[in-house]
Design a protein around this ligand. Structure first.
Ligand code: KIV
Length: 300
């Protein structure tokens, strides 16, 4: 029997997500930032692909997620949506793209759908973000919420730290998640939240929770592509599970290539193009007469 209630081919319907939660089936989400990563994520069977503002750090080399711009994320989202045609592609709204007003937030969310082919957008925070969520959903763009550790406001949170670790803060987080669902979010990311708190929040929401550092009780999990595959040189947070060492593999491959080039072992016959014998002969005799003419010219 199919895992899905209504999906058979083409794009996964958004409504499948709540249905999968209801059935107790977990959702897999991963970030992607270009065409090949979008395609591999699709082929691997994830339900959701996030074009995260983590691109600022893992792709563009910034110290935080704050500097990435709308134009940069639009370009990356366009590439991902060309590769990931079955999963739902969620574009992260970068810092500054939704904080100013509901109108600016709607305009930028619409750009992700219209210009980059995203299926939904993700916004960090609750409180002032709630009216943005309502406005964007009202404009017809599905929204994923994000509470707990929200990297765009890491400075205000006192750094990249787990959130909701006192009863008061856990209550606040619980209320925020419920408020995001009420505002119209189709799913909520819980980042760096104690597993017991995330479990309670998950039980209270009818839309799926997607955890990252929030324990196994969440309805789904998300990891950053570079962390999952061992591509990021920086220190990974404790919640990362590394499934491969692609940076090591890439370095080994490149070292072998450098050696082959230096030793003349690459390219081989199979990597080169041939020319018919008679064409080569004609060319060689042209080169010879050309060389003679050149030498005569230089003697003059
Ligand atoms: O930008 C990102 O990659 C994210 C995930 C960590 C949820 O927001």
């Amino acid at each position: 029997m199919s895992k899905y209630a209504s999906w058979t081919h083409g794009k996964l319907p958004l409504t499948e997500l709540a249905e999968l939660k209801r059935r107790g089936q977990k959702l897999a989400m991963v970030t992607a930032y270009d065409f090949p990563s979008g395609r591999i994520a699709d082929e691997a069977g994830v339900e959701l692909v996030l074009v995260g503002d983590s691109a600022a750090m893992v792709v563009l080399g910034n110290e935080s997620t704050v500097p990435v711009t709308m134009e940069e994320l639009l370009m990356l989202t366009r590439a991902v949506t060309r590769g990931a045609t079955r999963p739902l592609v969620v574009a992260d709204m970068p810092f500054g793209s939704f904080q100013v007003s509901d109108e600016v937030a709607v305009a930028n969310a619409v750009r992700f759908v219209k210009e980059a082919g995203a299926d939904a957008v993700k916004l960090e925070g609750a409180g002032p973000t709630l009216s943005r969520v309502q406005a964007i959903v009202g404009a017809g763009v599905p929204v994923m919420g994000h509470v707990g550790l929200t990297p765009q406001s890491a400075t205000m949170l006192g750094g990249f730290k787990a959130q909701g670790r006192t009863a008061e803060k856990a209550e606040r987080l619980y209320e925020d998640a419920l408020a995001l669902e009420a505002a119209g979010c189709f799913a909520v990311v819980l980042e760096a939240v104690p597993a017991a708190v995330a479990g309670r929040v998950t039980g209270a929401l009818s839309v799926p929770t997607i955890g990252i550092g929030a324990g196994v009780a969440c309805d789904g999990q998300v990891l950053v592509w570079h962390d999952l595959l061992g591509l990021y040189a920086g220190k990974a947070p404790r919640f990362v599970k590394r499934y491969a060492d692609l940076a090591g593999e890439a370095k080994r491959a490149l070292e072998a290539y450098v050696d082959d080039v230096r030793e003349g072992r690459f390219p081989e016959e199979q990597h080169t193009y041939a020319i018919p014998d008679e064409e080569l002969e004609a060319f060689e005799s042209w080169v010879a007469s050309h060389d003679v003419a050149q030498a005569q010219h230089e003697q003059r």
